[in-house]
Design a protein around this ligand. Structure first.
Ligand SMILES: C[S@@+](CC[C@H](N)C(=O)[O-])C[C@H]1O[C@@H](n2cnc3c(N)ncnc32)[C@H](O)[C@@H]1O
Length: 244
């Protein structure tokens, strides 16, 4: 599955091998195979090239902290689908924003889930180019206006007014995430609108929880939190289930 950056056959082979080894060490054989199958099936189904990770140290970025940023790696389609399916029906008319959209897999999953208005935010221009190419080449998806990808630091991004679904697949940490959390909290309070945060691999969940965001849904495996849906305090629904 060649990548758009075309680094040459040997370099590409080494890159695949390093990534495969790292994943095997982290996840073990069985889970690695299941995850690879689901990722490859995703790209085969849509004719896209979202699979290969990209190390941020080798990419140019616009303003924004590379230290806080997490390298590009497409979100696990199975897990993201499970989370997105738990959003309430009315969320489908909200604007879907993928914070740190990279090559566009999160946006493609948003289209698949039925969102009509989508935007990606990405600070690495090279990834944004690949994201746009993937959106242009994607087949078999519901017809929607092609999402735009804004090349900028997510910490500086002002979400569009109105209901919002913010999709974060562990894109950044530290101060960058802190500023995004503050912006989202302000957005919810000022526009008194509905807002859901879908946070996959929520490494710094506490940045939301300590200022009153609530978990409306969560997915866990072996005591590890794989993903959550969060809402700001004022619109958390008492009846929302916390599924495990
Ligand atoms: C783990 S990947 C997520 C990819 C995509 N959202 C998905 O679900 O497939 C993290 C992405 O966030 C981007 N990123 C990191 N820091 C950023 C920042 N400050 N502003 C915008 N994008 C950022 C990286 O370049 C990378 O593409």
């Amino acid at each position: 599955m060649p990548d758009d950056s075309s680094p040459g056959t040997v370099a590409l082979g080494l890159k695949y091998a390093r990534f495969a080894l790292h994943t095997l060490q982290t996840n073990g054989w069985r889970r690695t195979m299941v995850n690879f199958a689901s990722e490859i099936a995703f790209d085969l189904k849509y004719g896209t090239r979202t699979w290969l990770p990209h190390d941020l140290s080798r990419l140019e970025t616009t303003a924004g902290s590379k230290t806080d940023g997490v390298q590009y790696q497409g979100t696990n389609p199975k897990l993201a689908r499970r989370l997105l399916s738990q959003l309430p029906c009315e969320s489908r008319s909200a604007h879907f924003v993928d914070y740190g959209c990279g090559k566009g897999r999160g946006l493609l999953l948003g289209i698949e889930a039925g969102f009509q208005r989508l935007t990606g935010v990405e600070f690495a221009p090279q990834l944004a180019v690949q994201g746009r190419a993937n959106l242009a080449r994607a087949k078999r998806l519901p017809p929607v206006q092609t999402p735009s990808i804004e090349v900028m630091d997510a910490a500086e991004y002002d979400p569009p007014p109105g209901p919002l679904v913010a999709f974060l697949y562990n894109p950044f940490r530290g101060e960058t995430l802190e500023r995004v959390v503050q912006n989202l909290t302000r957005h919810a309070a000022q526009s008194r609108t509905q807002l859901w945060v879908v946070y996959v691999n929520p490494q710094e969940l506490d940045r939301f929880i300590r200022i009153g965001w609530r978990i409306d849904h969560e997915i866990q495996r072996n005591e590890t939190l794989l993903g959550v849906i969060l809402t700001p305090p004022m619109i958390s629904s008492q009846s929302s289930a916390v599924a495990k």
